[in-house]
Design a protein around this ligand. Structure first.
Ligand SMILES: Cc1cc2nc3c(=O)[nH]c(=O)nc-3n(C[C@H](O)[C@H](O)[C@H](O)COP(=O)(O)OP(=O)(O)OC[C@H]3O[C@@H](n4cnc5c(N)ncnc54)[C@H](O)[C@@H]3O)c2cc1C
Ligand code: SF4
Length: 328
């Protein structure tokens, strides 16, 4: 049962920040994750502050620098179908189209997708694990089929968002508003690894909210893509996902970013793979070497060793496909 809380609809960002400064207050955007967390007692809240009516946090439009501004309340469905995102930031539209189910994409927002809570079954269940303030990680000795193969320390979740990896590959930034004003943080630095602090997922301080996401102007020759492997064709989180953003000049890959989902507690840059690709003619042999490099430093747990060949195959296949698109 959902516990009792008071519910307030903020009429402006400033008002939302004021309400969120109250002890035990939580932001509510589409509610697809928050309400489940409250119902399952993963979190508690004394006040739920709806930001859903804030028009200034909605919509997609150009930035003066030639990029794109996406309001944090923009739904995942709008992002998946937006014509500019589909043509210029393809990895993001592909990732958004892979999120959950049509109903959830229509209700869930991009801000909520970046700030959603982990899906570890111990965390979502009745286990008072390290991340919930307890003294142990149950996944270490327990069921760790879906846990991380990179970046695990103390806690071994995988970051659940598909869009976060695509945004990291595309070098997007997050604009944050809070009691101390506004700041911009690269998506890549927005999520907090457990080695730094295993009790939080993002850099957001109390009463701070994400107001918008900024995509830089796409470089000439940019090709990007996202692919996800999941256990079922129905809605499911990524067992393995990879976002690629490669800048081609002729048949040379002059720049490359690879960001993985389902791999680590935060969207994970596969920098070893990027180095193999950068400055090369991305042929099938190079794609295979890059995919091998991507998984070279993986540290699987007892039950998730299958993720290594899965990521290797996924990355190789995707690099080969993007090279064909880039050289056309
Ligand atoms: C069954 C199911 C399947 C799913 N499958 C996938 C999947 O395959 N891939 C994937 O990426 N996601 C998946 N999700 C997650 C889903 O995409 C998110 O629930 C959704 O995007 C969250 O958006 P929301 O607006 O509903 O957030 P809410 O539920 O309103 O909020 C989620 C969290 O973010 C905080 N928050 C919301 N907006 C802001 C903001 N602007 N600033 C600061 N904090 C904020 C809230 O306080 C809360 O803690 C799934 C969810 C469900 C329930
Ligand atoms: S992986 Fe993290 S969230 Fe899951 S049980 Fe361990 S500490 Fe908790």
């Amino acid at each position: 049962m959902i516990p009792n809380f008071s519910y307030t609809r903020a009429k402006s960002v400033d008002e939302a920040i004021r309400y969120l400064s109250l002890d035990g207050a939580r932001a509510h955007a589409g509610g697809t994750d928050l309400l489940g967390c409250l119902r399952d007692h993963v979190l508690d809240a004394t006040t739920v502050v709806s930001i859903a009516g804030l028009k200034e946090l909605k919509g997609i439009g150009p930035t003066p620098a030639g990029g794109l501004r996406i309001g944090s309340l923009t739904t995942i469905a709008e992002i998946a179908s937006h014509p500019i995102i589909r043509s210029k930031y393809r990895a993001l539209s592909m990732a958004a189209a892979e999120v959950a189910s049509p109903q959830l994409r229509n209700q869930g927002t991009i801000g909520g997708n970046l700030c959603q809570k982990p899906r570890c079954w111990y965390y979502r269940g009745e286990f008072h694990c390290l991340r919930k303030g307890g003294d142990q990680c149950y996944a270490v000795e327990g069921e760790n089929l879906y846990h991380c193969i990179f970046g695990g320390e103390n806690c071994f979740i995988v970051h659940p968002s598909d869009t976060a990896s695509a945004l990291a590959a595309l070098q997007a930034s997050v604009v944050i508003a809070g009691p101390n004003g506004q700041q911009t943080v690269a998506v890549e630095n927005f999520h907090v690894p457990p080695s730094e602090d295993y009790t939080r997922e993002t850099v957001l301080e109390p009463a701070e909210i994400v107001t918008e996401i900024i995509l830089p102007a796409p470089a000439d020759g940019l090709q990007s893509s996202y692919r996800k492997v999941r256990a079922r064709r129905a809605w499911d989180f990524a067992l393995a996902g990879a976002a690629l953003a490669i800048v081609f000049s002729g048949d040379q890959a002059v720049d490359c970013r690879v960001a993985l989902s389902g791999a680590a507690p935060v969207p994970w840059r596969a920098t070893e793979a990027e180095e193999v690709v950068k400055g090369s003619r991305l042929d099938p042999d190079r794609a295979a070497k890059a995919a091998e490099a991507a998984v070279k430093n993986a540290e699987p747990m007892e039950q998730n060793k299958y993720k290594i060949p899965l990521f290797r195959g996924l990355i190789e296949q995707q690099l080969t496909a993007i090279a064909q698109a880039g050289s056309r």
